[in-house]
Design a binder for this molecule. Structure first.
Ligand code: FEO
Length: 426
């Protein structure tokens, strides 16, 4: 199988060398189809863990999900005795990487545990032990194994607050945790041997890392200067062929595409609506006209009836403001609005401007419900939602125009000092 020997002659799992001193001691989970409730995987995943041997001791980097501990310990035992383990590094505390930790600590009680600063409280919560001994580390900290060493990189929110990466400078290897990983189970193990996993790499980024793009960018500042022979993530193929390619791809995926199209002071405001009898559409068009009166705001108007949600999510991610228009039907906003909102879980919306409007027949709860949801998503909603009963009157259309104007002014900072004269808008 392309030279990767996973088991000894008696069928016992054995470690796979990445170099003379570094081994993979992970496990395969080919039957997994859903990870963490939301992530699909068409052919399972792997839980990658690693062992590095120095002249002065052995380090274990990450472990595996609890049910796969048997393979992990068998592989570990094929390259190291428990008494040799001096260091255990946890790059990330999610249970798929810490499931075997309690048993590993029992077998190697002399080992010192290294975790990120932010992992401290999580570790206690996870292991339910108050007497744990560990060393919290940050960027610049390192631990010596004699002729090999490990350097720690503080890379939080990729994708939990605790996440870090560990670099072995003498091997030029990066143990990256979930970063650069994917749920792809292939026993050929290395990226130059496995099947085509590009879709899985992109899918994993889109669902796991994308909401934390700003942290991806900060992590790349630490990772890009490193000389690398390979990247060893905790899921999916080990990236020994062109590791820099995957770093560049993360850079592309985390860089704003819209940025280059706008002048430095220009803001973007997106208005989405759906309308059953044309009333919410009339409101949307008036809001659009009002917003367009503000210089330096690029305003776009979209009818959700005519668009796919996916591309809209990309637009919203880079926009400064989001305005949603919905009728109220059966006491609720309508499904296309909720569909759009639920798809925004993969992007960071914090502090974007939000606004809501809509026509209603009886009670008009839809606008309030969507406002609440926008606030829940951490948008700021400084102007109360605008509701019109059934067909907007001429005055109500003027109110819509003013609503759009104010939202756009809020984006540019002009709203504070401005008093709107409705007569000016007619
Ligand atoms: Fe692979 Fe975030 O755990």
């Amino acid at each position: 199988m392309n030279g990767v020997k996973l088991e000894g002659d008696d069928g016992t799992p054995i470690a796979v060398p990445l170099s003379e001193r570094v081994h993979w001691v992970g496990a395969f989970d080919p039957n997994l189809r859903i990870f963490d409730i939301i992530l699909k995987t068409a052919n399972g995943t792997s839980y990658n863990a690693y062992v590095i041997r120095g002249s002065d001791g052995v380090a274990v980097i990450d472990t595996v999900k609890e049910g796969f501990a048997g393979d992990f310990f068998a592989r570990l035992e094929s390259v190291a005795a428990y008494s040799e383990i001096k260091v255990i590094v946890l790059n990330h505390l999610e249970p798929d990487h810490t499931g075997a930790l309690p048993e590993l600590m029992r077998r190697a009680p002399q080992a010192q545990l290294f975790i990120s600063q932010k992992a401290q409280t999580m570790l206690k919560g996870l292991l339910k032990q108050d007497t744990l001994s560990f060393t919290p580390v940050v960027t610049g900290d390192s631990v010596s194994l004699g002729d090999r060493s490990l350097e720690f990189l503080h890379t939080p929110y990729l994708h939990w607050p605790d996440t870090q990466c560990t670099y072995a400078p003498e091997e030029k290897m990066l143990f990256s945790g979930d970063v650069f990983g994917c749920h792809f189970c292939d026993k050929r193990l290395f990226n130059d041997s496995v099947g085509d996993f590009r879709f899985s790499f992109e899918y994993y980024y889109a669902h796991i890392m994308r909401p934390f793009k700003e942290y991806v960018v900060r992590a790349l500042e630490l990772i890009e200067p490193l000389p690398l022979t390979l990247i060893a993530p905790t899921h999916g193929p080990i990236l020994r062929d062109r590791p820099q390619h995957y770093i560049q791809r993360y850079r592309q995926l985390s860089s704003p595409a819209l940025h280059n199209e706008l002048s430095p002071n220009q803001k973007t405001l997106l208005i989405f609506y759906i309308s059953s009898y044309g009333n919410t559409r009339r409101m949307a068009e008036a809001i659009y006209q009002g917003a367009m009166q503000v210089e330096d705001v690029r305003v776009s108007l979209y009818d959700l009836e005519g668009g796919e949600v996916g591309p809209f999510v990309d637009l919203i991610e880079e926009a400064d403001g989001l305005v949603l228009g919905t009728p109220t039907i059966n006491g609720d906003a309508v499904k296309p609005i909720w569909d759009l909102l639920s798809s925004l879980a993969v992007v960071n919306l914090k502090n974007k401007l939000g606004g809501v409007f809509g026509s209603y027949g009886w009670t008009g709860e839809g606008v309030r419900l969507v406002e609440d949801r926008l606030r829940g998503l951490k948008l700021r909603v400084p102007i109360p939602g605008l509701r019109v009963k059934l067909i907007p009157t001429d005055d109500e259309i003027l109110e819509c125009t003013a609503f759009g104007l104010e939202l756009a002014q809020e984006l540019t900072g002009a709203r504070l000092s401005k008093v709107i004269n409705f007569a000016d808008l007619a």
